[in-house]
Design a protein around this ligand. Structure first.
Ligand SMILES: CCC1=C(C)/C(=C/C2=NC(=C\c3[nH]c(/C=C4\NC(=O)[C@H](C)[C@H]4CC)c(C)c3CCC(=O)O)/C(CCC(=O)O)=C2C)NC1=O
Length: 161
């Protein structure tokens, strides 16, 4: 896993140089948004179950997916879907704190699309649910932090697509 600091330092180290202006700017931006990130992570962790619940209500509930024949039908599959959304929320929060998406590649997206395809988990509906979490989260943490979180929700969606 990388974060905004290690990624800037690693690329300077590869060239055997001190940080250049662009690297300094990147770090400055990261440090300036530090409080915003920590505050957002606090709000999200205190409201995680509700964020998932609201996102499901907005995107999946009462659709064909929750009826017989749908991939969320049966309690077991419904619970698996909720659990997956909770993973996406928690790992997006980690990535937002780190200011870097590498944790998503390593722990979430690796092999996920293949797993979903082999189990018949619908990717479109999953992307819709993640987009709904993005909206609900932004409503709670505010526009600036919501935009930061949005980067990582979108990263998961494009990794699935
Ligand atoms: C931390 C990283 C991590 C991720 C991301 C993860 C995902 C993940 N989701 C799975 C299943 C599943 N995922 C879903 C999800 C959904 N079905 C829908 O219709 C909805 C659109 C959607 C929810 C948004 C469902 C229903 C299953 C069970 C499918 C089945 O067994 O038939 C499985 C197969 C094994 C299992 O059932 O537990 C994995 C590995 N596991 C992990 O360890």
């Amino acid at each position: 896993m990388q974060d905004a600091i290690t990624s800037v330092i690693n690329s300077a180290d590869v060239q055997g140089k001190y940080l250049d202006d662009a690297a300094m700017e990147k770090l400055k931006g990261y440090f300036q948004t530090g409080q915003l990130r920590v505050r957002a992570a606090n709000i999200i962790s205190a409201n995680a179950a509700n964020i998932v619940k609201e996102a499901v209500a907005k995107s999946l509930l009462y659709s064909d997916i929750t009826r017989p024949g749908g991939n969320m039908y049966t309690t077991r599959r419904y619970a698996a879907c909720i659990r997956d959304l909770d993973y996406y929320l928690r790992y997006s929060t980690y990535a937002m704190l780190a200011g870097d998406p590498s944790i998503l590649d390593e722990r979430v997206l690796n092999g996920l699309k293949e797993t979903y395809n082999s189990l018949g988990v619908p990717i479109n509906a999953t992307v819709q649910a993640i987009q709904a979490m993005k909206e609900v989260t932004a409503g709670l943490v505010g526009q600036d932090a919501g935009k930061e979180m949005g980067v990582y929700f979108d990263y998961i969606c494009s990794g699935l697509s």
